[in-house]
Design a protein around this ligand. Sequence first.
Ligand code: SAM
Length: 297
Amino acid sequence: MKKKEGETWRRGDKKAVLPTSRISESPHPSFYPSKRLGQNFLTDQRIIQRIVEALEPRPDETIVEIGPGRGALTTPLLARAGALVAIEFDRNLIPLLTEKFTSEHFRLVQSDALVTDICDVIRPAIRTRIVANLPYNVATAILQRLIEQRNCVTEMVLMLQKEVVERITAAPGSAERGYLSVFVQAYCETEKLFDVAPSSFRPAPKIWSSVLRLIMRPRIAADVKDDKLLWQIVSAGFAQRRKTIFNNLRSAPSPLQEAVKSHGGASIVLCLAKVDLQRRAETLTLEEWARISQVME
Ligand code: SAM
């Protein structure tokens, strides 16, 4: 397996830390959790077990953990999974993780999950399941990035802010429904599993969290030829939540606005798609968004 910059990889009794990772070999005694990196570490064993049970790692699979932190989830995951690839951004945590996890089935990648190529880091495996207590500040960006890599991801068990999970699972007509709901539901079956209190973490966050299961669909659940156009339409539709879908589409940014005009304007597009002009974006089903897209394909 090819090593990358900053990657630590144990195989047998050989440990290799590539020269670019200029970090001390032992964890710094004055390690402070970083707020910027969303470091709220899980300490509640009951919650840790529930997350591992929800994933049910198998001995014949490679699991990816995003942001292992100090390894609270990593230990029980590694006990059950065939192999585990952990992607941690914080260089200060690398020595601790390297010392703690010496199994040949463990691989640590020091990298930003926002740019990591999951399909690449899991080789020789070709499919993986992902588990993470995601850092709050970049959780939705990481989630979108993971969904984009769905050709090698089959399922995810993720902890996010409770309010974000409510947005992701929101049904049409719900006030929480937004771009994120439509996007995630188009590519994944979503299931909220359980809530987690702030007291389950150190340091304790101010807000509650929820654990979410996402099962990747074999293909997008919308009958569209062009996903990109669909996401431009959904994004424009939700641009100003108080406005109707008609007004939002009429004032869509370029190049979507030109595309709407070239198809006769927002009212014609919506009539052809059989969507009432007075509707608001949060009331539309994925099928209705897809119909608007089909009119403009
Ligand atoms: N899994 C550990 C636990 O449950 O105790 C830590 C979870 S903590 C909420 C989030 C972890 O993600 C931290 O270890 C943090 O350093 C890491 N992290 C933050 N941003 C990241 C990024 N862009 N890519 C990968 N890891 C990141």
